[in-house]
Design a protein around this ligand. Structure first.
Ligand SMILES: [Ca+2]
Length: 152
């Protein structure tokens, strides 16, 4: 029984870690979310609600393949915010109330760079090379309430 469980766990890890250039329209909100030092710092700075910081830690996926993009519906990391856990180099549709509503965002402070796109399939106009601490007001880039997808 123990052996079977281990095999399933290994298979699941391999399946999730498999590289894919395909566009997934699954929102990153459905993917495992973890508390990162960066998210904790934002919480301590009063930017993130306690519910975000209280979210459980899941180590199912290899940390090297997972990063985060912190998005907010208002400028200066206010309004409705979410720390999106995302696998790298995969296009994600911005669902769950964030489509065409993001006004500030920032990836983890681990060298991660992200692009946001006008269209839902990572095409169209974009803002790229977004890195920590991020963009406090997408108005500065003509991209307020405009992003529909992202890739880090
Ligand atoms: Ca907004």
């Amino acid at each position: 029984m123990q052996f079977t469980t281990t095999l399933i766990a290994i298979f699941a890890t391999v399946a999730l870690a498999a590289p894919s250039a395909e566009v997934t329209h699954q929102s990153a909100l459905d993917i495992v979310q973890t508390i990162t030092p960066d998210a904790l710092a934002r919480y301590e700075a009063g930017i993130v609600s306690p519910s975000v910081a209280a979210r459980g830690v899941d180590t199912t996926l290899d940390k090297r393949d997972i990063t985060h993009l912190f998005v907010c519906t208002d400028a200066n990391f206010s309004g409705k915010c979410q720390n999106l856990a995302t696998d790298r180099e995969v296009c994600h549709f911005l669902g769950n109330g964030f489509d065409n509503s993001i006004s500030s965002l920032g990836p983890d402070n681990d060298g991660t760079q992200c692009c946001i796109f006008d269209n839902s399939d990572c095409t169209g106009a974009s803002v790229c090379q977004i890195h920590a601490p991020g963009i406090f007001n997408l108005n500065d880039f003509g991209f307020n309430d405009r992003a529909s997808s992202y890739r880090c």
